[in-house]
Design a binder for this molecule. Structure first.
Ligand SMILES: [Zn+2]
Ligand SMILES: [Zn+2]
Length: 114
């Protein structure tokens, strides 16, 4: 989980300005540091995601559960990863990115959907 900044840190925030909503984050599943692109919603290393969206990209879900990749499909556009939320069992599908872990994607192609 992310640590909230303590009271002593608040005054510091005004000096840091972010022009884009690009967040680097640490993957909670495998602890890899993931470079944010503004589009990344899952870890390219282990492919786990986080339940932060109700609709893709809106960041409106309060669940914040970890989302487990359970299956991958391949279509003409590339890989699609299917997730299930470990906390609320919601499912989602996202397009895989070019730098996603190919070995895992191939393994998920052959996985049986839960
Ligand atoms: Zn990861
Ligand atoms: Zn959830």
């Amino acid at each position: 989980m992310y640590k909230k900044a303590g009271p002593g840190v608040i005054g510091y925030m005004g000096s840091k300005r972010f022009s884009r909503n690009v967040e680097d984050f640490r993957c909670e599943a495998c602890k890899a540091k993931v470079k944010g692109t503004g589009y990344t919603d899952h870890c390219p290393n282990c492919l786990w995601s986080k339940h932060v969206d109700i609709n893709p990209g809106d960041r409106k879900s309060d669940c914040k559960g970890l989302m487990k990749p359970i299956k991958a499909e391949h279509n003409r556009k590339g890989f699609v990863i299917i997730y299930i939320c470990e906390r609320c069992r919601a499912r989602k599908k996202v397009n895989a990115n070019a730098d996603d872990n190919r070995e895992l994607l191939f393994a998920l192609l052959n996985a049986l959907a839960a």
